[in-house]
Ligand binder design. Structure first.
Ligand SMILES: NC(=O)c1ccc[n+]([C@@H]2O[C@H](COP(=O)([O-])OP(=O)(O)OC[C@H]3O[C@@H](n4cnc5c(N)ncnc54)[C@H](OP(=O)(O)O)[C@@H]3O)[C@@H](O)[C@H]2O)c1
Length: 277
C-alpha cells in the first residue's frame, strides 16, 4: 500500500493518476477534506493533517511506502509516526535549493528534513526539483482580468519542471527497485524565461497577453503583502536575482529515470490553459 500526501495538489494529483493508470498497487490519497477530493476509481481518499502527526496513525496502517512533501507540516513527527506504523520506504519531495542556495532558510529547513529521513531507519529516496511550471498560476488572476503579467527578471531562463514529471520520477521510485538511498535533482528539459512562459500561455489561450517587467523593489512590495520579508527576498533571488549555474542547469534525470523526455513548459501551459481563462 502506498500513501500519497498532497494528493489533491500539483504533484500528488498527477501521482495518484499515474499510479492508477499503471495499476498493480494499492493507493491511498491523503487530504484534509476527503469530501472535496476526486481521485480515480479504486484510490481511497483518506483524511489526515500533516501538522498533526497523530491524525496519520490510522491512515498509515498497512502502508509500506510513503510519498511525502517536505515542509507541509510536522515533518519530524510525521516521519516518527510512519516508522512506528511500519513504513519501509519514503519518497520525499525536497528542493533543489538545498544544493543551489544552501544559505537560504527554506533550503536549510529542507536539508534538515532530508537528514531526519536519512537517519530514520526507513529506506529513502529524495527528490530535489527546481521551480515548478505551476508557479505561473500566480499570474492567473491578472491574465484573466487584464490580459497582463507583471513580473521581474523577464529574460532570465530557468529549467522549470512540470509537476507531472516529479510525479513520474516518484512513481518509479515508489514501485520499482533500485532507487533507495538515492537523491535526484530534477529539472525540465530546457531553460525558459518569463517572456517565453507568457508567450506559451498566450498561445495556449489563443489570445494576446502583455508582459510588464517590474523592478525587484516593486515585486518585493507585491510579495510582501502575503510573504515574510526574507521569504519574498528568497523567492526573488531564485527567479532571477541570484541565479547560479547549479540552478540554471538542465539535468537529464527525469528522462533517465522514467525513460520518457521531460515535459516542456509549452505542454504544461496547453494542459492548464483553463486556469487562465
Ligand atoms: N513550487 C515550487 O517551485 C517548488 C520547488 C521545489 C520544491 N517544492 C516543494 O513542493 C511541495 C509542494 O508540492 P505541490 O505543489 O504538489 O503542493 P500543493 O499543490 O501546493 O499542495 C499539495 C496539497 O497539500 C495538501 N495540504 C496542505 N496542507 C496540508 C496539511 N496540513 N496536511 C495535509 N495536507 C495538506 C493540500 O491538500 P488538501 O487541501 O486536499 O488537504 C494541497 O492540495 C512542497 O514540499 C514544496 O516545498 C516546490
Amino acid at each position: 500500500m502506498i500513501l500519497v500526501t498532497g494528493a489533491t495538489g500539483n504533484i500528488g494529483s498527477a501521482l495518484v493518476g499515474q499510479l492508477h493508470d499503471r495499476g498493480g498497487v494499492r493507493v491511498r490519497g491523503l487530504t484534509r477534506d476527503p469530501g472535496r477530493a476526486s481521485f480515480p476509481e479504486g484510490i481511497a481518499a483518506v483524511e489526515g493533517d500533516l501538522t498533526r502527526a497523530d491524525s496519520l496513525k490510522a491512515v498509515l496502517e498497512g502502508v509500506s511506502s510513503l510519498f511525502l512533501l517536505s515542509g507541509m507540516g510536522a515533518d519530524a513527527e510525521v516521519l516518527a509516526v510512519a516508522r512506528q506504523a511500519g513504513v519501509e520506504h519514503v519518497v520525499l519531495v525536497s528542493s533543489i535549493t538545498v544544493q543551489t542556495h544552501p544559505h537560504l532558510p527554506a533550503a536549510g529547513e529542507n536539508l534538515a528534513v532530508e537528514r531526519l529521513l536519512v537517519d530514520s531507519g526507513m529506506a529513502w529516496t529524495i527528490l530535489r526539483p527546481t521551480q515548478f511550471a505551476s508557479n505561473t498560476l500566480w499570474w492567473a488572476q491578472s491574465i484573466r482580468e487584464e490580459g497582463l503579467v507583471r513580473a521581474p527578471y523577464a529574460d532570465t531562463g530557468l529549467p522549470s519542471i512540470h509537476p507531472a514529471d516529479i510525479a513520474a520520477v516518484a512513481r518509479v521510485a515508489l514501485t520499482e527497485p533500485g532507487h533507495s538511498g538515492r537523491t535526484y535533482a530534477l529539472t525540465g528539459p530546457e531553460r525558459v524565461t518569463v517572456r517565453q512562459q507568457v508567450a506559451a500561455i498566450a498561445a495556449a489561450l489563443g489570445r494576446e497577453l502583455s508582459l510588464a517587467e517590474i523592478s525587484r523593489a516593486e515585486a518585493h512590495r507585491q510579495l510582501a503583502s502575503f510573504l515574510r520579508d526574507e521569504t519574498a527576498d528568497a523567492v526573488l533571488d531564485l527567479v532571477g536575482g541570484d541565479v547560479n549555474d547549479e540552478l540554471s542547469q538542465v539535468r537529464p534525470t527525469v528522462a533517465q529515470i522514467t525513460g520518457t523526455p521531460a515535459r516542456s513548459f509549452r505542454q504544461w501551459a496547453a494542459e492548464n490553459a483553463d486556469a487562465f481563462r
